[in-house]
Ligand binder design. Structure first.
Ligand SMILES: [Cu+2]
Length: 160
């Protein structure tokens, strides 16, 4: 680890900046729009080196007809899956969904402890301050790209 000092030096400033920004708004997030769908508060979280997975979160509002989120992809991950976390007895479990229904005139929230995008086989660590592009594919509305800002680790407590 000859260049660990250099790496640390690069990471301090973005983290500090994010920490300062979080004084005014606890989660830095982005939005996008396609058809009747409005995507709000999209974000992901920083990972540590070697970490293979990360969660992606957002709120999807639907002012149009019923639709489904059918898939997602991102250049930072080998694969992006749709996941759900739910209690099974006393245990919090995660499972993969084929699609995620977005009801007409309704909203679905992807959040820690519930529905989320799961980035698998990360190609490198996600650093706070960085932005991750994610392409979402809806059955009817089609494809839209959303920029997910990377929030500091622990900006929201859970792992997912
Ligand atoms: Cu997951």
């Amino acid at each position: 680890m000859i260049n660990s000092k250099k790496v640390l030096g690069q990471k301090v400033w973005p983290s500090l900046l994010v920490a300062l920004l979080s004084l005014s708004s606890s989660v830095y997030a982005q939005s996008a729009k396609i058809g009747g769908l409005q995507i709000e508060n999209a974000y992901t979280r920083a990972t540590v080196p070697g970490q293979q997975v990360a969660g992606g979160f957002m709120k999807i509002e639907n002012k149009g007809a019923a639709d489904q989120l059918v898939s997602a992809s991102s250049p930072v991950a080998g694969e992006v899956q749709l996941h759900e976390m739910a209690m099974e007895g006393n245990v919090m479990k995660m499972r993969q969904l084929k699609d995620l229904a977005i009801p007409a005139g309704g909203a679905v929230e992807l959040k820690p402890g519930g529905y989320h995008l799961m980035f698998l086989n990360l190609k490198g660590p996600l650093a706070a301050g960085q932005t991750v592009p994610v392409k979402l594919k809806f059955a009817k509305a089609g494809e839209v790209e959303v920029q997910l800002p990377v929030n500091q680790m622990g900006a929201q407590q859970r792992q997912h």
